[in-house]
Design a protein around this ligand. Structure first.
Ligand code: IFM
Length: 768
């Protein structure tokens, strides 16, 4: 039996309020975006953070559990797999004297939801009552275990206000919203199956109730329901504890029920206090590897904590068959599909703080190569063209039409034309390998991705009469302009992809000849083909104008109407809604970072002195119509030394999910922009890069930031980086691993574990 002290500890949020997100009351307008912000996730399943106890029928948001990889193709949009809604394992209903609890107008003062980001738990508090004013005090707790990813846990504590009341309490696993087929159902165990893929989900659950620390047997009133009825005494304390275990299995895998039952049994043996303790330790470990601390700017600190909370909860290093969707597991907008968001906006964080998670995410791309090859072949090209929107198999899942802002159907061409995704995946593979030195990954998976994506580009780019290779009919990151030719982002990334593939082939041939023999034989790549790729890379059109130093975003961009976007400042809707789709397409207004994104990813491709000119030109024409846009601008501004401009982008990016400025937070947090927050801090303000052979730092903090410190991993080493603006000092500590050399503001320094490297960045002198 657990003691009241244990319950109090469980329900007590971290004292330092910078770890806490707290929202009171119940606002039907905000409820869905709160559910996304307060979501808990462990990368295997996620639960949206709605109120703990159901009241009346006035629910704007119900609790929703999403399990990674459980995709189903529903009838209404044929061919588009969607992340299925899993059974709601948190449902609780209370009746006092036979009457349900109701929603009260003064709930604002009586209800509170607390996200404790340090511990990875959601705590609820509230006074609940029914029409006749019979009441209970409630405290609730739930978590998705980060140490045992199958396990979810809920604890509800109730304190009765009145005596001699007939109380009915029901806990259920609600399948009303579930789009899955029931395959097996018995008390405490259900197995579900998707209609299309045959993926199965098992849910095993155990629920107990204690009244004044006495276990009370339940009455079974349904296969997935537990019910209790008793007469209250004033001050009576009730504790409901529920543990669930969820497991997923493919069509041909063994029955997942057994694994769910075993996981549940071992969680029960451990008991909830120990289960919570190991979960909290797992979160502590993640924070130790990823925490970014900012002194002097509490709102930036809060934004970073919030971003890192969701990033650490989004990944699962143990699963190489799923990736992170645009809304992670916090909502089902975009149907749980995976975009370039993962490779470009999230992988930098995972690569440098959680390489095991980064590897698993890249293995998902390796495991979906067949889908990418098939997509390329179906469009008449060779190699691998990754799906713009990817689900479980790697087949293209981008819808062909959506409802536009004017409520008319609009064609979506991204699935066919937004092809830079293949180079984005290759980019993440290379960055991962470069930063981790994980040669086994390169040999066994990464090289194949690099070669097959390069092969795609080499077949996609066509040599024309001007002696250059062109890539026609694409969409770049700026999705306002469709069917364009020679998008600078696409072409330069494609060229980079081909060059890295050629380098990889050479490396394999010299360092691991057996791997090269196997891979080149399997892919049927010979020297002549590699040389052809090289010629494509040499001749590909990039749109770079050496007179102005500008990349033309695509062929003909500079001839389009130049609309002054500043004249539309203060608008409350995206610029394409103001100007209309056709006018936007005829204009130089850019939806999101495109050339600027290229500058953030491949600064070395910009000839000396041209970076600032490109940034200035394109930033002033950007409508930021995507939540992904500002982060790229923030990184580039910070690297250009425009720290205050960068801080503005940082704040605007942070506001997307924290301040409800972006309409779509309701459908889940914007995980890419959360990755972007980390990127602005670490790749921007600290200036971390690793294009060459060394890790490089080039710090430039905004005035408000007194210091910035964070851990990172680099080629098997754990480092801590501290930048202190007052002393203009950079301190790098090698916590584990071999000595290394690293560059600070372009000068090379040696670092060993004997003592930290302290460099005054104003008077630095390198020791090569
Ligand atoms: O991947 C993005 C895209 O760049 C802009 N629209 C939303 C997608 C998902 O976040």
């Amino acid at each position: 039996m657990n003691s009241p002290e244990q319950w109090d500890r469980l329900m007590c949020p971290t004292a330092d309020s910078s770890w806490i997100a707290r929202e009171g009351g119940y606002d039907p307008l905000l409820e869905r975006s709160r559910a996304a912000r307060f979501a808990i996730s462990n990368g295997f399943f996620g639960v949206r953070g709605v109120r703990a106890i159901h009241r009346g029928g006035r629910w704007a948001a119900t609790s929703r559990t999403l399990v990674a990889g459980v995709f189903d193709t529903a009838g209404e949009e044929p061919g588009i797999p969607k992340l299925a809604v899993a059974p709601d394992w948190l449902k609780v209903r209370i009746l006092l004297q036979g009457e349900p609890l109701i929603h009260h107008v003064d709930d604002e003062a009586r209800q509170e939801r607390i996200l404790d980001m340090r511990r990875g738990v959601v705590i609820g508090k509230g006074d609940l009552s029914n029409e006749s004013a019979f009441g209970v005090k409630m405290r609730s707790f739930h978590m998705a275990s980060l140490s045992q990813r199958a396990i979810g846990m809920q604890i509800i504590l109730l304190e009765m206000e009145q005596g001699a009341i007939e109380v009915t309490l029901e806990a259920s696993i609600d399948a009303v919203d579930v789009g899955l087929l029931s395959e097996r159902s018995e008390h405490g165990l259900s197995v579900w199956r998707t209609r299309s893929s045959g993926t199965r989900l098992a849910v095993a659950a155990a629920v107990t109730l204690q009244i004044d620390r006495q276990l009370i047997p339940f009455t079974v009133c349904g296969l997935s329901q537990w019910s209790w009825k008793w007469t209250s005494t004033p001050g009576q304390v009730i504790c409901l504890t529920r543990m669930v275990a969820m497991t997923r299995a493919g069509k041909d895998d063994i029955d997942p029920a057994r694994a769910a039952q075993e996981a549940l049994a071992s969680a029960q043996t451990l008991g909830w206090p120990a289960l919570v303790a190991v979960h909290e330790r797992a979160w502590q470990d993640r924070w130790a590897c990823s925490e970014v601390e900012v002194e002097g700017d509490p709102s930036a600190q809060r934004a970073l904590r919030f971003a890192l909370y969701h990033l650490n909860g989004a990944a699962n290093p143990a699963d190489e068959h799923v990736s992170i969707a645009a809304k992670a597991l916090t909502g089902d907008d975009y149907h749980g599909h995976v975009f370039w968001d993962t490779e470009i906006y999230l992988l930098p964080f995972y690569t440098l703080t959680w390489p095991e998670a980064a590897r698993a995410l890249l293995m998902y791309r390796f495991n979906t190569l067949a889908g990418a090859r098939q997509k390329a072949a179906s469009m008449g090209w060779q190699g691998a063209l990754y799906a713009w929107e990817s689900a479980d198999t790697g087949a293209e899942t981008c819808p062909l039409q959506v409802v536009g802002p004017d409520r008319k159907l609009v064609d979506v061409n991204c699935g066919k034309q937004e092809q830079h995704i293949s180079a984005d995946v290759a980019y993440a593979v290379w960055q991962y390998w470069h930063a981790t030195g994980d040669d086994a990954f390169l040999r066994e998976a990464g090289a194949e991705i690099l070669l097959e994506t390069a092969r795609f580009w080499a077949s996609r780019a066509k040599l024309e009469s001007d002696g250059r290779c062109h890539i026609r009919g694409v969409i770049g990151p700026d999705e306002y302009h469709e069917s364009i030719d020679d998008n600078a982002f696409t072409n330069v990334m494609a060229r980079w992809n081909i060059r890295r593939a050629i380098e990889t082939a050479a490396l394999l041939r010299t360092s691991w000849p057996e791997s090269w023999r196997r891979l080149s034989g399997q892919l049927k790549i010979d020297e002549a083909e590699l040389q052809r790729w090289g010629r494509v890379a040499e001749t590909i059109a990039t749109g770079f104008d050496s007179n102005t130093g500008l990349f033309e975003q695509f062929a003909g961009f500079f001839t389009l109407e130049d609309i002054d976007i500043a004249a539309y400042a203060g608008r409350s809707v995206p610029i394409d809604v103001v100007l209309g789709r056709e006018r936007i397409q005829r204009s130089r207004i850019v939806k999101q970072a495109d050339v600027v994104a290229l500058l953030a990813l491949l600064p070395e491709e910009f000839p000396r002195g041209s970076a600032a000119a490109n940034f200035e030109y394109y930033a002033s024409r950007c409508g930021h119509g995507s939540s992904l846009s500002r982060a790229m601008h923030g990184i580039v501004a910070a690297r250009l030394g425009q720290s205050e401009v960068a801080l503005d982008f940082f704040r605007q990016t942070s506001a997307i999910d924290l301040d409800d400025t972006h309409v779509a937070t309701e459908g889940g947090v914007h995980i890419a922009s959360l990755g972007g927050i980390w990127m602005i801090a670490v790749l921007g303000f600290a200036g971390v890069s690793f294009a060459g052979d060394h890790l490089c730092l080039a710090p430039a903090l905004p005035a408000a930031w007194k210091s910035l410190s964070f851990p990172m991993q680099w080629r098997g080493r754990h480092l801590r980086i501290e930048i202190n603006d007052a002393s203009a000092g950079v301190r790098v500590t090698l916590e584990t691993g071999d000595p290394l050399k690293l560059a600070i503001n372009g000068e090379l320094f040696a670092l060993s574990s004997a003592e930290p490297l302290v460099v005054n960045s104003k008077t630095q002198a390198g020791v090569a």
